[in-house]
Ligand binder design. Structure first.
Ligand code: GAF
Length: 386
């Protein structure tokens, strides 16, 4: 990939890039729709990423060419009054948020190229935000603090793009660890990394569907969680205990009750998942994943027919310890925890079953935990910078 990115940059800009950076997508092992409730999530960065080659341009502007989308984008670093449309609004939004937070912005020409499927629920936009933030930090000469940058990227999504997301996607894209899943406490932002149980792999299964209204349904779930927290006189559901909930849940509306039930039980499952990783217990971990899916399907209602088919059919197959939808829902990907020596057979079987039941060919791949945002190439004149 690195050679291809450099060659593509040379073709577009007729010179060498100063740096090449990459920032990965993610899947979430367990802990869904808990991040904006100050809860626990357990994602891993995946092997597919957004790549960005850059060269300082000595101008107050950023010019970007996207190889995958075959388009160009340009924005000023001196005037943010015109909000761009489409994909370029993410890089522009990062620049705006950085400038609002006192960071110096220097201009660059860039080339974006990715092997991360766009719009598949693998956090391609968070990866784009983080790789662009890395570019500004490198050329602006400020130190790279991935947690701080993830918070600014989340702010960009919330305030510039208008998507009210939590912190999970940006944080794991910035802080992923090779070979590991990362348990994140979304209140303290403490990270602890864990290996998968020995002899297991994560199979990612893209349903290839994306239903509309994702962002409005997401924002609605957030509000329902807030309503639940308010009922218990707390800021967030993180501070409501299961006992307290059980005592008074019948006073909540039926819908808010089920939303709270999901979040509170999912936090417990996520913490228990970390214990299963430590104890090397794929069976229990898989069971927790199945329970998580059921909770997202029935209580939080963010699954869809295709995700249910993918997860529930996977759960029946030999060598599969557990499976669930991953990410925000309403399409996108499911994941399965599978015995490594069964993984090839599993992928063939689930692919056939899914295609037979839906008429859609899925995209299925195995991934390990990958490293978060990184600089993968530096022109020798910049060796001091990294
Ligand atoms: C999306 C959001 F961006 C995350 O913050 C998280 O809430 C996730 O949905 C659900 O767990 O990916």
């Amino acid at each position: 990939m690195l050679e291809n990115v450099i060659a593509a940059f040379q073709k577009v800009y007729h010179c060498e890039p100063d740096f090449v950076l990459r920032s990965p997508g993610r899947v979430n092992l367990i802990g869904e729709h808990t991040d904006y409730n100050d809860g626990f999530v357990f994602p891993l960065a995946i092997k597919y990423a957004q790549w960005l080659a850059i060269r300082a341009n000595e101008k107050p502007e950023v010019k970007l060419h996207s190889v995958n989308l075959e388009t160009d984008g340009i924005f000023s670093l001196a005037d943010f009054s015109q909000k761009s449309e489409g994909w370029i609004r993410y890089p522009q939004g990062i620049a705006y948020t950085l400038s609002q937070n006192g960071y110096k912005l220097t201009g660059w020409d860039g080339l974006l190229m990715g092997d991360l499927p766009i719009g598949a629920g693998l956090s391609s936009s968070a990866a784009l935000e983080m790789v662009v933030a890395r570019a500004f930090s490198l050329l602006g000469g400020y130190s790279w603090d991935p947690k701080k940058m993830a918070l600014l990227a989340q702010k960009t999504e919330n305030q510039w793009v208008g998507m009210n997301c939590g912190i999970m996607d940006q944080l794991i894209s910035g802080c992923g660890e090779a070979g590991k899943a990362v348990l994140i406490d979304c209140r303290s932002l403490d990270l602890s990394s864990y290996m998968l149980p020995r002899g297991t792999v994560i199979v990612v299964m893209d349903t290839m569907v994306k239903h509309s209204l994702i962002s409005s349904a997401y924002n609605e779930r957030r509000e329902q969680c807030m309503e639940g927290a308010k009922f218990f006189k707390r800021q967030v559901l993180r501070d409501v205990s299961m006992d307290e909930f059980a005592d008074r849940k019948n006073q909540l509306s039926e819908v808010v009750m089920r939303r709270c039930q999901h979040v509170l039980s999912e936090n417990l499952r996520t913490l228990e998942a970390a214990k299963c990783m430590e104890a090397n217990d794929p069976k229990r971990l898989g069971w927790l994943m199945n329970e998580s899916h059921a909770s997202l399907q029935h209580d939080f209602e963010v699954s869809c027919e295709e995700l249910d088919i993918m997860a529930l059919e996977s759960q029946k197959l030999d060598g599969c310890f557990g499976a669930r939808m991953t990410g925000g829902g309403f399409g996108g990907c499911a994941i399965a925890l599978v015995a490594a020596d069964n993984a090839d057979h599993f992928q063939m079987q689930i692919s056939e079953i899914y295609e037979k039941r839906t008429g859609i060919k899925p995209n299925i791949f195995i991934t390990e935990g990958a490293q978060g945002t990184s600089v993968v190439f530096s022109n020798s004149k910049f060796d001091q910078t990294i």
